[in-house]
Design a protein around this ligand. Sequence first.
Ligand code: WQD
Length: 384
Amino acid sequence: LPTAQSATSVILVTGGCGYIGSHFVVQLLETGYGVVVVDDLSNSTTESIRRAETIAQRAILSFYQVSVCDTNALRRVFELYEFDAVIHFAGLKSVAESVSDPLSYYSGNVGGMVSLMSVMKEFGVFKLVFSSSATVYGHPHYLPIDESHPLTPTNPYGHSKLMCEQVARDMCRSDPRFKVALLRYFNPIGAHSSALIGESPLSTPNNLLPCITQVLASRLPALRVFGTDWPTHDGTGVRDFVHVVDLASAHLRAVRVLGQVDGQRRKEAKEAKKAKEAKEAKEPKEKEKDGNCFTWNIGTGQGYSVMQIVRAAESASRKTVPLVLSPPRPGDCAHVVANPSLANSQLRWSPKFGVDEMVRSAWEFQKWNPEGYNAGVDLLPVTR
Ligand code: WQD
């Protein structure tokens, strides 16, 4: 495949072998960026990157099996390239696991963020897009959830994501050269239309759609429906599902918008200086205090229930999903739906795919990859 040597900007993608990371690598390659991937392969293999290169018909510059917590190894990668920006996907993401093993989540997620941002500062790399999560909101105080909603996470995973956000916010306040986009994902699902890449966790899935597709592929006996008398239209949980390809596009928009921040800030600074000369200096607005740290919800604003997703999967697969009606999971809630209007306006991002395509693409990926990425593929790392 053609390498990306001629690329102008080089982007570092941490966790780039993962579900969302690999879909984003496709879009970076298709857009002409140079791409370097680091991943510790704790929940992924390099097969996803090989397939991303096949889809984009372009090669990444390099892959390194590195954990973002390994600051010295990270330094060695930063010594090899002048990165324009870092997209930070790497991290642990199971709510249940975080409850039973909180230390791994604080050391892995928060420790990884501290390690990454310290190396970024050392090498003068100041643009960061961070994979945050709607879990930072905890139980909704109101719906739909906007970025000003109270931040009351209810599990160590959510707390770790909020702490990572705080690290970024404080770095932006202490050093205005930093420009950070915090993207709060709602419920990412679906797969690339090629069915070459999709959600392929090495461990047993916890999330709804991968559980459904594994039931349809007879890898799980039945779907447990957690709660059937929630205060929703059909009694099952309602969530804001967003296509993983739409989610990846939001990251591309964020890279672009952060690139424009310099110019925008210079313009704003000039206007603010003029306004200040004309008026008494006032207490800086909250926004200015956060400097160049921006937060955006990435969701569709449309909620679908568990049973609506089940029905969509049954029609996509023409199969029946056996159900086991179960009590709610501890910490679950009835509705979680985003207000995405800030991302719509400031990122100029809007989702393109509806729930039928999200579910269809997930089933197609499962059908063509019954064992995920690991069925008889060689796992040799991709190195150049
Ligand atoms: C969705 C709905 C379940 C599985 C979590 C994380 C969040 C984000 C997305 C990382 C709920 C029901 C599920 C099953 C079911 N991850 N369900 N049977 O809990 O909304 O969010 O994943 O960022 O941070 O908290 O997603 O897919 O686990 O559940 O009935 O086997 O499906 O009760 O109503 P959730 P989910």
